[in-house]
Design a protein around this ligand. Sequence first.
Ligand code: IMP
Length: 426
Amino acid sequence: MNSNMANTILVGAQWGDEGKGKIIDVLTEEADVVVRTQGGNNAGHTVYDGPKKYVLHLIPSGILRKGRKNVIANGVVVDPIGLVNEIKGLQKLGVNPKGRLFVSETAHVVLPYHRELDAQREVLKGQNKIGTTKRGIGPCYGDKAARVGIRMVDLINLKRFQEKLELRLKENNEVLRALGAKPLSFKRVHADYAKAARFLKPYVTNTVVLLHECMRRGESMLFEGAQGTFLDIDHGTYPFVTSSNTSAGGACTGSGVPPHRMDRVIGVMKAYTTRVGEGPMPTENDEISDLLHGMGREFGATTGRARRCGWFDAVATRHAAMVNGIDDLAITNADGLDTVENIKVCIGYRDGKKRYDHMPSDHEVLNRVKPIYAEFEGWRKPLDNVRRWKDLPAKTRQYLRAISDLTGARLAIASVGPARCQTIFV
Ligand code: IMP
């Protein structure tokens, strides 16, 4: 892998939870600026610094490295109370974000009515629910598209915030009442959010200008994607998706850094597949779910929900490589397969007589396709202590190479555990 970071976009090549937090943390060693460009505190990036465990939801993982600038850019939706708690939590652990964390003035604000509506709409959907994180992400992006959102620049202007909140609460309380939910108290919401606004004001700035100044100084940037390609509002398994562009293009619109300034895209994928929430997942499999859950793995960092697990799906990752323009791959959680005798990899889908080598757009078709599997002999040795590519078992190397080739991108990193040192550069 090229040691010069240049400007790198890092994306999840599956359904989120690919282990991006750890890879980002490793790569931040070479980056000057780390940028979040989409999503909100529905994300959960777990990073280990020695024995210390950090779970970050909104703040970029670069905050854990001294001297790195961290930007929450315009494409992110910010829950101010969540952000205040995250900053205070880091301060308690001895990490001070002051002067190193910058929040976009134009990022939209998640408010309690977004969370309430998120929950109520899920109830209304019944069996067709999306399985959202109930963090208000969809309704907040909905307000942004409907041009009725409140942005950080409005929040920190307390007079303007009061006026906008009054208007928005009036409408949203009508909707909540109609859905049979309790309306929200203006006084309470205003008091809590005005307090958060005062705390956050020093962090809020024009991040587009800041990022372009960094570029002029020749600083390198890492754009950390949240969620994964198949949760992308345009390219994912709609409607079972999140409400932002989780694929590489979102890094440009979500930050104001133009496409021709991006040098490389890294895709992160697990050596198998997981998904949280509802929606199609062709390779879902009880055997591997039981195995991974039995090892205490695959429980969500944000909601604690048990993730759905399945075999590696090369049809999906090939699609992700295409949509994102993935140059290099980081494969994580290879050690989760240490005890498996025969490892399956999905190389195509079958729907009756029809074979698919790409992901069908119709989620009903994707729901009923049957995977076509290739089989690989497992290595049946623990990988967690391996530090060099050549010391991995031959069968592991063969498997990792095969899933990279099937995906159609270069293998650059293999991760064999959560710690920084458990990272193998290929
Ligand atoms: P929302 O983003 O909370 O609206 O949830 C929409 C879908 O995206 C649900 O299936 C969630 O489980 C999924 N999702 C959202 N954020 C993450 C994440 O960080 N990892 C994995 N799945 C996520």
